[in-house]
Design a protein around this ligand. Sequence first.
Ligand SMILES: *Cc1c(COP(=O)(O)O)cnc(C)c1O
Ligand code: SF4
Length: 327
Amino acid sequence: MTPHTSTWQTELAAAFTKPSHLLRYLNINSHTASTLAEQDFAMRVPLSYAACMEKGNLNDPLLKQVLPHANELIQYTNYSHDAVGDLSALTEDCIIHKYQGRVLFITTGGCAINCRFCFRRNFPYSEVQLNKQKEVRVLQYLHNHEDIHEVILSGGDPLLLNDQRLKHLIDQCAAIAHIKRIRIHTRIPIVLPARITNNLIDILSNAALPIVLVTHCNHVNELSEQVVTACLALKKQNITLLNQSVLLKDINDNAKILQELSEGLFNCGVLPYYLHLLDKATGTGHFEVQQEQALKIHQQLQNNLPGYLVPKLVKEQAGEASKTLLI
Ligand SMILES: *Cc1c(COP(=O)(O)O)cnc(C)c1O
Ligand code: SF4
């Protein structure tokens, strides 16, 4: 902890963690959240994200992403606790090296928000929590594997680390000669834009290697003025900005919404990268969009948008050497 608590840290500490409080804030009768689902995976919603929701609307597409629901208790076939084979790929503490040339570096187990559809809800993060010894081993692993050219800081959400920790990890990775790029996968610019401070932007823009930042935005309503400002500030410092979304039933499984999302992202300097089919993680089956439907939606995007605003439709299959392109 830094001696001064920043605004973003205060906002994070004040995040909604009780469905009844969030629902009251939204003027919705509070009998609708599932406490059983909540016990399984706690609710967490920063105020700046809740502020993008429509008051009084239980079907709000942002609320649906975060409110614990009894449907999470349904057992769907083919859903499991290790849907994408991450556990078997954890070759080293905090490292997932499944793909050629790049590795995921799990820097923290926490996120600023808990998304109900996330594979992370089942991941044993406490067992891979980064500490000093593990950090040394990770860096040694990166050193030893000269075929690794890109380190992807992941989690959890790496932007939950404080500035000093983040800068330290970036500097350590950048000091390894065969590493050419550092990528950060984060939902924080979208759900806690106050985290994008001038100091953070300085750290990223002054890094010794190019930084690619992949945001995780699922719906155009998530692009508040504050989010737009944060993304444009990063863009202005030559940070490459990409976005990945997850296709979610009754949330964004609609070409019009995704089209608006792509256009909205472009206006904040972010290009669409991936549109993911849901990972089949236990507790998330009610969010699934069938592949056939996904292909239809994607075709409509292809018809209606310039090619550079069409995200690649992909799914992750355990054991494959990359994500699988669906078209
Ligand atoms: C998604 C992912 C990557 C990055 O893949 P890209 O196609 O380069 O975005 C790397 N490692 C793992 C384990 C992944 O799941
Ligand atoms: S990893 Fe991403 S999708 Fe999962 S809970 Fe964190 S922010 Fe949400």
